[in-house]
Design a protein around this ligand. Sequence first.
Ligand SMILES: Cc1cc2nc3c(=O)[nH]c(=O)nc-3n(C[C@H](O)[C@H](O)[C@H](O)COP(=O)(O)OP(=O)(O)OC[C@H]3O[C@@H](n4cnc5c(N)ncnc54)[C@H](O)[C@@H]3O)c2cc1C
Length: 385
Amino acid sequence: MDFSFTPEQSALREEVVRFAETSLLEAGGHSLNERDRLNVFDRELWQRCADFGIQGSLLPERYGGSERDAVDTVMILEALGYGCRDNGLTLGLGGQIWSIQEPILVYGSEEQKQRYLPGLASGALIGAHGVSEETAGSDALSLRTRAERVDGGYVLNGRKTTIGMAPVCDLAVVLARTDPDAGQWGVSAFLVEATTEGFERSEPRAKTGTRTNPLGDLILQDCFVPESGRLGGEGIGMSLFTKTISWERAFIHAGHLGSMERLIEKCVEYAREREQFGKPIGDFQSVSNRLANMRLRQETSRLLMYKAASLKDRGKDAPLECAMAKLHIAEALLESATDAVRVHGARGYLAEWDIERELRDALGGVIYAGTSDIQRNLIAELMRR
Ligand SMILES: Cc1cc2nc3c(=O)[nH]c(=O)nc-3n(C[C@H](O)[C@H](O)[C@H](O)COP(=O)(O)OP(=O)(O)OC[C@H]3O[C@@H](n4cnc5c(N)ncnc54)[C@H](O)[C@@H]3O)c2cc1C
């Protein structure tokens, strides 16, 4: 068991960090702090990431990707999370890779793969993943959006709420009920293009954190989707949950590993420089214990994440490992971001020091892709099997 990166992986990691640090801070005349304050997503940054090869990392070369494995893709997203302070952007990229591209890759027809994957890799298309509804949150498969079979396809009606990238998406994977009497087995998945008649994207909704990643609703009103737009077979919804969404759960947090490292560095530097009672605050055990806890959380998070990624690369199913990674990393980042505020005192609370944004950005992680409570339920359930 070797926990180190190869020289090639380390070089790639460095390259991503350099790219993120130099190319992803400013675009369209707005600094990150302005984009955060104004709730602005910047497509130019998205495009720069695509040009660099982030979106295409996991995709086969024939669809415009670089055919990397899960470990390398997680490493790239970790490096991005470290080098790029725009956590909303990193979240959006991870979301697209794991919850749009991966399901298309696993369940899509050859025609669907050729139609969408190259555009998603090149930056021409942005994807959103529409599962949640007003009455179907944690109980996602109780969703009510209806897909009624008609000649040549389906007519979709319903509203997906709090969907990442929804206001700017070009393509959505939408889960809808094809059989109202079949419970969780009556849910199917559809690829809906934003230009489709009857499909509408809401304006971004105001929110606490990751504000550069617009969150909104997808509205389907008598929206006709041809048979060729169904992703996989009818009733695939449950399988999608146990297969691709199980990986998404963990890997969507890959960027968090880098955020944690960035926060640690900031806190260590501050603990060295800031003096109270005639000595650096890092000399006080309360502060140094906090730093030690942050480091421990980052290390355990990395171990869980890379273990899950290596299991994926070896063709194993790992729902338990993914749920544990998801739970631990989301909570670890939130605790570490809270600790970072404490270490910085009032400066941690002031917007100009950019620590409070990290805390706001961390908050969503314990909610999206299944809350921490739901991960605990899942872990307990898998242990009983
Ligand atoms: C930033 C962000 C991005 C998101 N992006 C997307 C997206 O791209 N696509 C998408 O489809 N959805 C997205 N969501 C929605 C997200 O998946 C849901 O918010 C989440 O699943 C929880 O659902 P809910 O908010 O309705 O909370 P509820 O399910 O109503 O839960 C409320 C509380 O009750 C607890 N609870 C509920 N059921 C149980 C239970 N059985 N056991 C224990 N506790 C329970 C929850 O843990 C929570 O604390 C996003 C949410 C956020 C915040």
